[in-house]
Ligand binder design. Structure first.
Ligand code: ADP
Ligand code: MG
Length: 684
């Protein structure tokens, strides 16, 4: 039942207010920060006689004639005159109010695009306003705001102007925190909402104007502050300390490995070990190019936790990837007497029950799997370390679930994230500013660089001939088929057709097929054949992307390479060049190529360095790839551009550190002003 008093008290919102809410425009400051996407120049009048076809202009004159005509459809046709010439205004939709305002002898100001019509120049659906003779022109450009269908521009303009007048725009920042040459926030906002007549629009539009610089700086500062604060909050939490003991599991594993760690691996293991010996929860990203050997680093971290009596969970975004980890880790750790549990969505029934019991009792010291590892039914006896591979490929929901699961533990576990997609430096400094980063910048020895070649799809036969040669010499080949957007069926047809074609073209050789629709056991079966060298060619959809490690595979063909993202291409290419044989990666492309497609393929030819490729990717497609779904819902950076505004990122970083140290209240006020209640999303 509705309580009548409550109903009376509930604020009744108009449709326009609800539309404002939807755009996130609630507080005066939100409105003040809602900036125009472009401007209309109503500060000048053009003589009707000077209008030309295609020109957008404002004219003023007196209506000489107004009539409703029926030419196929009803329309209002108005003729006006300003002493220099006549122009026709045509309205295909109109109300009686239009007719009234545009009646003969009325003086009107009209803005629209002039078009050459049958009866001379005309404007179709111009905007117009009745004025008195000699009414002054506005002195500033008229803002046009991003809006929604429910929110008329005129209403929004008024709301923004009111917000701008009411918002507290007082200077919060001490002068030494603001880079030289920037405007004050108040001046910057007043300027950008209402640039004076004659203001240079190009500096406004390309956002290089000092007013824009100030806004970008403020935004980056808010973001730096909230990240640094999150980091400090975490530093107040308690995590278990793992002592490093001589002769412990970690040393045993090191001694048993068939290879010596690279210098870079030794360094990152030390960085991680140092974190694990502290009471502060580790929050570290381990980045290293494909094939740089992150798994063994994860295993060493796990042994440190396990040796101290704590459990470790290792999660990967796909079952194939998780299984690769499982195989490696069991191979390394089972001989040391450790029980490894395996948890994925497809694991059901008795086997699953048994695993859950082992995890809950603490018998399983290491738990490997997909996000099934963080489901509610999984209770750890004593989770001390969570390792997340390719964490940016997990969805936001899964990441939040993980955070929650970890937060529910009495003691916060350490977390280690791993990624083969290196985060460009500006991103590392901004969106990931709360992470510590370790980088493996060296590949294990004995790898030969991959030669990359481009072929148009028309040269397919030549490529197949090349495969025949390679197979004849005992080499193994990957043929990767692209994901066809939104159609797994087409995807499969394509892969199946390629598989048949290659089988026919390579008599006497074994050609396998691997795709996402296969059952996990069948996929594993194919992988075993290929890994053991009994299969010569593996045709696969992108399921092999993160999966396999077969040193004898030295030729990779990527079909329709232009459809892949740059970092995905780089990861795929990383599957070859793992042995001593010189490897080749052939990028087959369909024509015509889009500009983006061209740029990506060029970048692949130009560089084999994951960092350089990640930087190019950021330029070509923006930060989405690195953020995954993190960006969904909330706009991350509305004003600043991480590629163009790198200098401001550095300045904001320095200012954030200064504020947190010397002006903590200012830091808080600034974050509140900019992020209001929205800072939560930064934590996902
Ligand atoms: P990624 O960083 O892409 O996850 P992996 O951990 O799968 O790379 O390692 C790639 C391959 O290199 C594996 O076969 C791994 O056993 C091997 N490897 C790792 N470290 C070394 C090393 N220091 N020397 C030789 N081989 C290594
Ligand atoms: Mg890996």
């Amino acid at each position: 039942m509705v309580d009548p008093d409550q109903r009376l008290n509930a604020p009744v919102k108009s449709a326009a207010q609800r539309a404002l809410d939807k755009l996130g425009l609630r507080r005066p400051i939100d409105l003040a920060l809602h900036l125009p996407m472009r401007y209309e120049d109503e500060t000048r009048l053009t003589a009707i006689g000077a209008l030309r076809d295609g020109m957008t202009a404002q004219v003023e004159g007196v209506v000489t004639d107004s009539e409703v005509q029926i030419r196929g459809r009803r329309q209002l046709v108005v003729r006006m005159h300003d002493g220099s010439d006549d122009v026709v205004l045509r309205f295909l939709h109109f109300y009686p109010s239009h007719q009234k305002a545009l009646a003969p002898a009325k003086r009107v100001r009209v803005r629209g695009e002039a078009r050459g019509g049958f009866f001379g120049l005309e404007m179709v659906h111009p905007s117009f306003r009745g004025v008195d003779e000699g009414a002054p022109l506005p002195t500033s450009l008229t803002p046009v705001y991003p809006t929604s269908a429910q929110l008329p521009q005129a209403y929004l303009r008024k709301a923004v102007a009111a917000g701008l007048a009411r918002a507290d725009l007082s200077e919060l920042l001490p002068p030494q925190a603001v880079p030289d040459g920037l405007m004050s926030l108040r001046d910057a906002l007043n300027f950008l909402h209402h640039p004076p007549a004659g203001a240079g629009l190009s500096a406004i539009e390309d956002r290089s104007h000092p007013a824009w610089q100030r806004l970008k700086f403020e935004e980056l500062l808010a973001q730096q502050l909230s990240q640094l604060q999150a980091k400090r909050e975490r530093e107040r939490q308690r995590a278990p300390r793992f002592a490093l003991v001589a002769g412990g599991l970690q040393e045993k594993l090191l001694a048993a490995l068939p290879f010596a760690l690279t210098g870079a691996q030794r360094r990152v293991v030390e960085e991680i070990a140092r974190d694990l010996q502290r009471e502060v929860p580790m929050h570290r990203l381990l980045q290293g190019d494909v094939g740089s050997g992150k798994t063994v680093v994860a295993a060493l971290a796990a042994t440190i936790a396990i040796n101290a009596g704590w459990q470790c969970a290792l999660m990967a975004p796909t079952e194939i990837l998780a299984e690769q980890h499982l195989r490696k880790l069991v191979g390394w750790l089972a001989p040391l007497g450790l029980t490894v549990a395996w948890l994925t969505g497809s694991r059901k029934g008795k086997a699953r029950e048994k695993m859950l019991v082992q995890v809950a009792s603490g018998e399983a010291m290491l738990v490997v799997g997909t996000h099934a590892v963080i489901q509610d039914q999984v209770q750890f006896a004593k989770l001390g370390l969570a390792i997340i591979d390719e964490q940016h490929r997990f969805g936001v929901q899964q990441r939040l679930a993980l955070r929650e699961k970890l937060a529910r533990a009495a003691i916060e576990p350490h977390t280690l994230m791993m990624s083969a997609t290196p985060i460009p430096r500006t991103l590392a400094m901004t969106l990931f500013a709360d992470l510590d980063v370790s980088t493996i910048d060296e590949l294990p020895p004995g790898r030969t660089p991959v030669v990359t070649k481009l072929f148009s799809d028309a040269k397919r036969d030549a490529v197949v001939a090349r495969i025949r040669d390679a197979v004849a010499q005992g080499q193994q080949v990957y043929w990767v088929c692209p994901l066809i957007e939104e159609s797994e069926t087409l995807d499969l047809q394509n892969a199946t057709a390629t598989h048949e074609h290659l089988t026919a073209a390579l008599p006497g050789h074994s050609v396998g097929l691997l795709h996402g629709r296969m059952r996990a056991a069948d996929k594993a079966g194919v992988m075993v054949e290929f890994t053991a060298g009994r299969m010569n060619v593996l045709v696969a959809t992108t399921v092999i992307e993160v999966g396999v490690d077969v040193p004898n595979a030295s030729l990779m063909v990527i079909e329709h390479a232009e459809r892949f993202g740059l970092s995905q291409l780089h990861q795929l290419r990383g599957r070859v060049g793992r042995g001593a044989v010189a490897s080749v990666c052939v990028l087959l492309y369909g024509t015509p190529l889009s500009d983006t497609g061209k740029a990506r393929l060029k970048a692949m030819l130009a560089s084999a360095d994951g960092f350089e490729i990640a930087r190019r990717d950021l330029e070509i497609r923006g930060p989405g790839e690195f953020l995954g779904a993190r960006q969904s819902g909330a706009p991350l950076l509305r004003f600043a551009d991480l590629v163009l505004d790198e200098a401001l990122v550095h300045q904001a970083r320095a200012a954030a550190t200064l504020l947190l140290e010397r002006y903590p209240q200012v830091a808080l006020d600034h974050v509140t002003r900019w992020l209001g209640g929205r800072s939560d999303y930064l934590k996902a």
